[in-house]
Design a protein around this ligand. Sequence first.
Ligand code: ATP
Ligand code: MG
Length: 426
Amino acid sequence: MRAPGQVIDIARTLQEAGFETWCVGGAVRDALLGEAHLDWDLATAATPTQVRKLFRRTVPVGIEFGTIGVLDRDNRMHEVTTFRRDVKTDGRHAVVEFGASLDEDLARRDFTINAIAYDPIDHRLYDPFGGQIDLTRRVVQAVGEAEARMREDRLRALRAIRFAARFRFEIEPDTWTAIVGSAPFLTRLSPERVKQELEKTMEQVLAPSTAFARWRDAGAFASVVPTLAQVGDDTLRAIDALPRPGLAGRPLRKTLRFAVLFSEAGGKQAERALRDLRFSNQDIANVSALVDRWTRFAPALTESLAAGVLPNDAELRRLAAGIGRLRVAAFVRLAAARWSAVGGVSPVLVRRLYRRMITIAFREPIELADLTVDGDDLRSAGIATGPTLGRILHALLQLVIDDPAANTREALLGAARELAVSPETA
Ligand code: ATP
Ligand code: MG
């Protein structure tokens, strides 16, 4: 185990000035698991003021909680936090006090696997709560009395579930009981916090189904995302079939994972749930549009594919028109994820569907703008402006969707004149 050079330098500066300093938290845990971790956090006996005096370039990231960011030569920031103890908690925020010992600082951390300290200079581990044993046993276990620790901060219930899913660990029974007991109180978390936990789960966890099954089984969904209270296992497993958005925040990947999560709910319910969780307008629009298309078009499409039949070209063009050109790829990927979780649809057929739909979406006429005539052309041809004109344009689009060869000016103007004579057919 070895900390990055810059972190060692910071620890050495503090130690040489007489302040006990340790690496703590996620980086130590991940290094022991053999995984790389970007942010090595340091905990020290020095107060924030003393830390600021020792380093040339610092950022007051969270002075009231004792956290100073120290910038290294490459402008990377390393968080250095003064040993703390909690003097008061309210179910989320703690009032902290400095002048604490390393033991006290580790005792206020959430899980044993997150409460291991490492001295990057003598390579010594300090692990008073048996975090290393739990890493080997692969369990997430609260530091101290689980029920009391969750009462101090209800967010820990969701964090425990996330860590367990991320490392494919079990949750220790008392810790699980405390999570279940916390579920009714999760309503006290801000919607932004809950959203952040959902997003971190989508980003960090390869197979989020185990995490979300626990949210459901513990009653966390019933409490904070009621639409998902009874979410099905097939739906959750379908999320696992999609790639993680990653920390670079790939918008399509994020949209897809969330669209699957809400895919049973219907577009309107998904939209409401996402709005309540304070997702951005863009996320809400993207996810709920996909859920809406899935709800409307999946039954017929699934039935056809399960019977081994790819719908004909006209049917696929109608489908693409209903989904919308720019959402076709995402729709098929969402569908493919669900079908792979449920079974019953041949992957070969799904690949053919994908290729065909992409070609249709970008090469074939499926929108009004793709027609060789527009409203002005119809007016020049003597058709009066008004609702009839709009209906005629839509009728022409249907014609072209059925038969793209009909998308010529002559054919469409001819068809438009006929429709104008008997507008009730338009
Ligand atoms: P990640 O890889 O997700 O960042 P992490 O363990 O570094 O994992 P952070 O949220 O960055 O998690 O927190 C850093 C450390 O601070 C944790 O390892 C834990 O020791 C402590 N900690 C964070 N949040 C809490 C909390 N709500 N209650 C108690 N301790 C916490
Ligand atoms: Mg971290």
